[in-house]
Design a protein around this ligand. Sequence first.
Ligand code: C2E
Ligand code: MG
Ligand code: MG
Length: 870
Amino acid sequence: MLGRTLSSLAPGRDARATTASSQDSLWQVLEQSVDAAFVVDARHRVVLFNPAAEALWGCRREDVHGLPFTRLLAAPQTASSPEATLAALTGSHRDATLRRPDGSEIACSVSMSRMEVGTHAFHTAFVRDTSEQQRQLARLRQLSIVVDSSDNAIFISSADREVVYVNSGFTRMLGYRLEELRGIRPAQLLSGPHTDPSLDARINRAISAGEGLQTEVLLYTKSGRPLWLSAAINPVHDEDGALLGLVSVLSDITRTKMHQVLHNKVLDALVHEWAVTDVMTLICREVEHIAPELTVSIITVDSEGLMRTLASPSLPEAWARKVDGMAIGPRAGVCGAAAWRGRAVLVKDIASDPLCANTRHLTSPLGLRACWTHPIKSSSGRVLGTLSFYYRENRGPDELHERLADTCLHLCSLTLEREQTNERVHQLAFYDTLTGLPNRIMFSAKAEQALANVAQANGTAAVLFIDLDRFKRVNDAQGHAAGDGLLRDVAARLSEELGGINIVGRQAGDEFVAVLPMCSAEQAGSVAERLLGAIATPTAAGLMTLHPSASIGVAMFPDDGRDIDLLVRHADMAMYRAKSDGGGGFRFFSVDMNRLAQERVSLETALRDALRLDQLQLQYQPQVGGGDERQLYGVEALLRWHHADLGVIPPSRFVPVAEECGLIAELSLWVLRQACKQMADWRRRGIDIPRVSVNISAINFREPALSLQIAGLLDEHGLSPDDLTLEITESVMLDPDPDVLENIEAIYVLGVRLSLDDFGTGYSSLSHLHRLPISELKLDQSFVRDIDTSAIARTLTSSVLRIGESLGMKVVAEGVETESQHRFLTEQRFPVLQGYLFSPPLLPAPLEHWLTEHRYTAAVEAGPAPVHAT
Ligand code: C2E
Ligand code: MG
Ligand code: MG
């Protein structure tokens, strides 16, 4: 069939006989070729197209026979003449692209030759599909571009470790070209001063085990720059398992290594609350591991501008000790200057740089020749410390060092800032901001520990409770700044006197506590004495000089208690006793005091009940005219409490309790109401009592409604304001609370008189007297008591009278008990007297009886109008 076909396509009839047989045999060979083959005649037409060609082109021979052969090829190859195309394809393995009738194209390799069969000239072509091969090649090309453009260094070495291929990444990363690597083992070539010396052996071991090796290693570039590389070295074997070579991929992990190691480790340390020096030592060590040519030190700068070495693990301790405490400054070495300038400082030659004139004696003997220091700054830009890289050569930082510095500075400032924040938080949480002493929490913790130690040693300890006397008055009279100053002074004195193993803390307000471990009661007594002396040193407050004093209570461990809370409570009770004994002294705790304290608590409950059940009474003590005219000036209402079980409880005991527990407002209101009711009753019954004085606590004046309540009561009982006098103490005048002044004003406007009770005992200066609308002064009983025995008391008594008079006030002498006192006071022309000599406080009925019995009549006059300068 094929022969027929070819015969019909054959050229001339003449040549047919001579050529037919050779042509046929050729044609047959072509026909059976496994490669696609076609034959082109002299007129460029296809005259043979074998089955393999049919398969390759995807068409039948009938479709192509007689057509120009160029139809079989894709356009570019047929652009010029058919002759030129033939010429181009003639030869072996010419690349060409064939075109199929369906339009698709296939890469192929054409081997074409010209042959003459008789007079006929043909071109025979063998065509092989190379599309797969081409694809492979293209992929290879692509691959090599990828490999080359990869940042990783990739190299292939033969079984005997000769490098046969490096990608361009290798050259870029490490600086070597393939030619430079001939005959050298790469591991040797790339090793440097700090490369792990076991690297080569590790590779060998892995390879002989038929395994790959994945490792991190410090290698050096051609220029000597160190790089942390992650190396993956994989063996390649042939089908028989023989080692063909190694494919190694190196990637630069210098940066990731730093981040990974430094960040992770340091952050982990921070999270686990490592001490700042430990974190800094970790940073130094890691940096020195990554860049072994560096010696690292980290220094912090304290609030006084002094350097404090935090970490320098590779430098001798003596160096750290000498640097510690040096001041920063423009010429204070590289670190000191960097901290001073707030900028990085590089000194490439410590030996000659003038900056190091004062410090090179510390560094040079250690072989350190250059130094690069960065200030460590807070987020707000404040210099917290310095990070120094020292070199043993005269050089500056390379890129790795720069990157390391970047990373470390961030971590260092994080660490130092955390430290400062922690310190601040710690300070705020455990130390008193005013005095810097441990607060209650810190004191308790420290004391508890100290007591545990004392217990272990079978020793005794003393707990002191120190409370300033009349501190509130200092605060009120001189202002809070003066009060704060006094507290700071006292805190400093206590710390100075105590100190050592003793613990001092501020409990609250003007209360301080101290624990003296391993201290006997005798020793505690003399310490308390010494403290009282130290506190009593005069101190300046603005333009004033204060003469502070304190009361101290002492409780002993373990006799008075085993835990610090109980000991402090007992020391507090003892202090209270010291205070009520006049202040300025110390007392030891006794079981008695405990009982008293407990009584106070039950007193409070009982007082609430008494108020509720109306168990309180008022007694009235007459105030009489100074002459012998039997004139009644007024009565003072005094509270009486007769408790069913406790008996008579004096106001001096329960009034302070009422003040402390917040019952005083209710109590005073009860007294006022009762007194008004009584006055109204006397008025109604024609019993002529000119006025009633009621004692009002200082705290009552802070109640904004006080004046309104008083006005309401007077109104309710049909009394006039001058029927009532309020006795106040000096502390009312000194109270800075604006409500107090407003109340005083309102009460004055209302027309109710104010009397200053217990005058002469307090702190108040006379200057306060004419600032306030006071109508009456009550000279304290203590002056009257001493009239007979003390010339000073007599002088003071008459002075107070003169002062009162000159300020237009009526002066009342209290506590008159004897005739001689009476005589003196009358001689002095005291207008009003009060005391047992005339009458004790009495219930209304006995008072009425007393009045009639002694034929007292109401004094005519009400005294001069008060001076009011507000
Ligand atoms: P005070 O206001 O100075 O009252 C005078 C105190 O001296 C009264 O004591 C009175 O009984 C006492 N006394 C009177 N004459 C003599 C005398 O010749 N010799 C002596 N040694 N004492 C004399 P009392 O009633 O025990 O009151 C003591 C303090 O309690 C009062 O001192 C006053 O500050 C306070 N107080 C009394 N009643 C009340 C009240 O209703 N409210 C308030 N807030 N305090 C009151
Ligand atoms: Mg009074
Ligand atoms: Mg009094």
